[in-house]
Design a protein around this ligand. Sequence first.
Ligand SMILES: *Cc1c(COP(=O)(O)O)cnc(C)c1O
Length: 377
Amino acid sequence: MRIWLSKPHMSGTEQAYIAQAFESNFIAPLGPQLNAFEDCVATYLGGDVGCVGLSSGSAALHLALRLAGVEAGDDVWVCSMTFAGGVFPVLYQNARPVFIDLSADSWTICVETLEAHLKAANDTNTLPKALVPTDLYGQSVEMEPIERLCAQYGVKLIVDSAESLGARDASGRACGTGGDAAILSFNGNKIITTGGGGMLVSRDHEMLEEARKLSTQARDPAPHYEHSTYGYNYRLGNVPAAIGLGQMEVLDERVTARRAVFDRYVGAFAGQAGVTFMPEPDGAYSSHWLTAVSFDPNACGRSREDIRQMLMEHKIEARPLWKPMHMQPVFEGTLYYGQGVDEGLFETGLCLPSGSDMTVTEQGEVIDRIAEFLKAA
Ligand SMILES: *Cc1c(COP(=O)(O)O)cnc(C)c1O
């Protein structure tokens, strides 16, 4: 591949932070760089939140679910169009995921569907224990009505902000600060990376203390190893956290760069019939982690797959939008509430190369290839 979908983009300061970690010899899942990284992200997000650095975003979600009281047999409602790592942890708790559709207006979880089904579930005493909406492709969910519904029905709200660090909604709230807890991911293809890692974010500092304990094998305070519950080896290492410190220095730049990538795509295909970009709500500041676009073959003459394959032949990586979880073999027979907006978007939707280090020339090539291909249709 010559032009990648999204690849790690170092600031250049990471190695100095790594050197500090080596000097202090904290080559362990604890240490000053890890503490500093947690403080740095908490300060960035604002709003009195605290952060616990973990080995992955999925680990963060697992801990959030367990600490929300999700147990065997409970229902957890999740956005169907998402990455598997945002759903599998429900299974780790032996709970049952129920999948919710997107709204065609926002391409994030559909509030009307949620509202109708929460009301019905309340009437039949089948309310979920928790709801996990996803800030898809760097765009905030409609937090205000979702928080209101969760409060009304006593449902815990865990926001999957793995793709949206650096974004804000129209009220100015930073993604990663909503609900009872939120999770972040620092995997290699995310907006910033630690080479693998994640974070649990919450205003509930007691819950975070418990998460810290569970993430380090649930050790009770004692000179020997004492355990009154079971835990996990989920803590983030001090060395990856050092990479994170270097990455946090450029987070806002990375968001600006990805937004510029998105704007250039939108500008290039403005007025092109059948080409629709993920709509950004008025006043919102999405990170546009990935540029998501839908190609309606009836209107633009080419299917998403035609376009993806054409790009691949030119060594340009593009990916279909997340295949909805209710369509995945592993979740066959699982409950789904919706109208198939997500199914339609999976059929027509493509993520275009969106890296913060992609040059204007490289992006121009992507744009030209697609434009020529559509013209020739
Ligand atoms: C990346 C991602 C995760 C999982 O994060 P990992 O750090 O890879 O475990 C969860 N949810 C969504 C929506 C993601 O994009």
